[in-house]
Write a protein that binds this ligand. Structure first.
Ligand code: BES
Ligand code: ZN
Ligand code: MN
Length: 497
């Protein structure tokens, strides 16, 4: 594990493998430490810049050696992109890009100057460097006999303490808690489904609750039946693995005040059930519990940050399998709130387990609900892989989540909820069917879930297209992204205290 610390040394006495500086694209003049070092080293940086060997483009990393009389072994010039497009997320991306590049040449210690601090403030600069470092150096190598690991053992922040050391220390602590939560979510989603069963997921959630000292209830199949959660039972019936209904409760203020509720889809493997999916990429469906992973990770961080909010996290966890006792198209199941649902397609299982989770949340009396789910392939057709979709019945809630996402660099775009779509999921034989046809697939999926939320403020994040990535890019690594963890934490921070 890489250690991240504040380093109070003087820049000119700093012993390190690399000192990282940031430069913008098309800048007329350097400022701060870059300017100072450029002068000391007789325009070495500015001449590379004027000869276009350094352009300052986002992600660009230039390594320069042999500074006589300087204790840092290397200067690393990181491109920050266009100044008009600069924000905290750029710092995260730069931190991750630089560290992965330097990891590639086996460096051990890397020191960051306060990149962008004059624009973002020292707190955001420090926090974003820390987050970018932890997220960018993430590896999932548990099942490699010879893990490659990372060479970088120490990341330190140099030149940050002139203003307020406590503030910088807070930034480092917060950045660590948040990024480690994202990595927890990634770990849970990257685990193969034979290792990350509903039972294992519930045990991990229990360990977290015990460690961070908040409440947890894990309901088993019998409890789930007794609750009348026919929709969840229906999905679970084709599997040998037993379902678990996981409820985590964190009280950061007066217990009498009604809690916020995050619900995460917890399908530990989605084969499609009897409406079996095609073989290609089916293995990715081990990550169909990414929403559940993200809400568990979010509550871990919120407890560690000791936020003064009350929060309930619910994860309905099950496999979706085509066993002999599996539910079948044409079956009718009854959700906890009494709604009868015709199963049109067993692969539309997410909305079924969420229907029962939302019914349960309403029964225990939460104030508002945000669900996070890898719900539809159609969201990728609508938005591609850069944005999550959001849907809801309450403009303020939706707006606040989008705003939270903006602050942390998670892009979220609203799609409509409109009664004119209702007829698409009306059933001939029951109250609803669990599909809405080809048109507007993500919207009808969302609206089906919304039927169970009723009047209570509710928002739904469809993360199906963004919960995994196929390439290493900036602070994401191939596999699970941990999307929504940072948005959820930011939402709790901003709007619930
Ligand atoms: N888990 C899938 C959605 C998904 C697709 C997640 C691709 C990640 C990547 C979900 O359960 C599903 O199968 N949805 C169906 C719904 C349809 C049958 C109405 C879909 O999108 O095809
Ligand atoms: Zn699914
Ligand atoms: Mn499915």
């Amino acid at each position: 594990m890489t250690q991240i610390k504040i380093n109070k040394s003087d820049v000119f006495e700093l012993k390190t493998d690399a000192l990282v500086l940031g430069v913008f694209e098309k800048t007329e003049k350097f400022t701060g430490l870059v300017q100072q070092l450029d002068e000391v080293f007789q325009n070495k940086i500015s001449s590379l810049y004027s000869e276009n060997e350094i352009r300052g483009k986002l992600g660009e990393v230039t390594i320069i050696h042999n500074f006589v009389g300087f204790s840092a072994e290397r200067l690393v010039i990181a491109g920050l992109g266009k100044i008009e497009e600069f924000d905290s997320d750029v710092v995260r991306k730069v931190s991750a890009s630089v560290l992965n590049r330097l990891n590639g040449i086996n460096l051990k210690q890397v020191s960051f100057s306060p990149i962008g601090a004059d624009l973002l403030g020292i707190f955001n600069s420090a926090k974003s460097i820390v987050e970018g470092a932890i997220l960018g150096l993430y590896r999932f190598e548990k099942y490699k006999s010879k893990p490659a690991g990372v060479s970088i053992k120490n990341v330190d922040l140099i030149g940050f303490t002139s203003v307020n050391e406590d503030q910088v220390q807070d930034a480092v602590n917060q950045g660590k808690i948040i990024a480690e939560a994202v990595n927890l979510s990634r770990d849970l989603s990257n685990e193969p489904s034979n290792k990350m069963t509903p039972s294992v997921l519930s045990e991990i959630a229990t360990d977290i609750a015990n460690k961070e000292d908040f409440e947890i209830e894990v309901f088993d199949e019998k409890d789930i039946s007794n609750f009348g959660m026919g929709a969840l039972i229906g999905v679970a019936s084709g599997s040998v693995e037993k379902p678990k209904f996981i409820v985590l409760k964190y009280f950061g203020k007066d217990k009498k005040s009604s809690p916020l509720c995050f619900i995460g889809k917890g399908i530990t493997f989605d084969s499609g059930g009897i409406s079996l999916k095609p073989a290609q990429n089916m293995g990715d469906m081990k990550g169909d519990m990414a929403g559940g992973a993200s809400v568990i990770a979010a509550i871990q961080a919120i407890a560690k940050l000791k936020l003064k909010i009350n929060l309930v996290v619910i994860v309905p966890a099950t496999e979706n399998m085509p066993g002999g006792s599996a539910q079948k198209p044409g079956d009718v199941v009854t959700a906890m709130n009494g709604t009868n649902i015709e199963i049109d397609n067993t692969d539309a299982e997410g909305r079924l387990v969420l229907a029962d989770a939302i019914s349960y949340a309403r029964k225990i009396g939460v104030s508002k609900i945000v669900d996070v789910a890898t719900l539809t392939g159609a969201i990728r057709v609508a938005l591609g892989t850069n944005y999550a979709g959001i849907f809801g019945n309450n403009d303020e809630l939706t707006k606040n989540i989008i705003e939270s996402g903006k602050i942390v660099g998670e892009k979220i775009w609203e799609l409509p909820v409109d009664h004119d779509y209702d007829h698409q999921y009306k059933s001939q034989v029951a109250d609803f069917k669990n599909t809405g046809g080809r048109d507007a697939g993500s919207i009808t999926g969302a609206q089906f879930i919304g039927e169970f939320a009723g009047e209570i403020p509710w928002a739904h994040l469809d993360i199906a297209a963004i919960s995994r990535t196929n390439s290493d890019k900036f602070y994401n690594r191939k596999g699970a992204t941990g999307f929504a963890v940072r948005t959820m934490i930011q939402f709790a921070l901003l709007f619930e205290i």
